[in-house]
Design a protein around this ligand. Structure first.
Ligand SMILES: [Zn+2]
Length: 61
């Protein structure tokens, strides 16, 4: 019955390690398509999303 245990989410520990990197300030920013214009700021921005922890940030173009 040990087989089932193997399906335990391996991503959990992986995610934790990634979060550690993120918390250290090493986010893996990747430009996210679909939001080339921020109406709130009224100008072009580029949206970046961290591939690890999922937070986003915007950068003025
Ligand atoms: Zn991150």
């Amino acid at each position: 019955m040990g087989e089932v245990v193997r399906f335990k989410k391996p991503r959990a520990s992986e995610k934790h390690a990634n979060k550690a990197l993120c918390r250290a300030g090493f986010h893996r920013w990747q430009a996210e398509p679909g939001t080339p214009f921020d109406v709130k700021q009224g100008r072009l921005v580029t949206v970046y999303r961290c591939q690890r922890c999922g937070i986003t940030r915007t950068e003025l173009a």
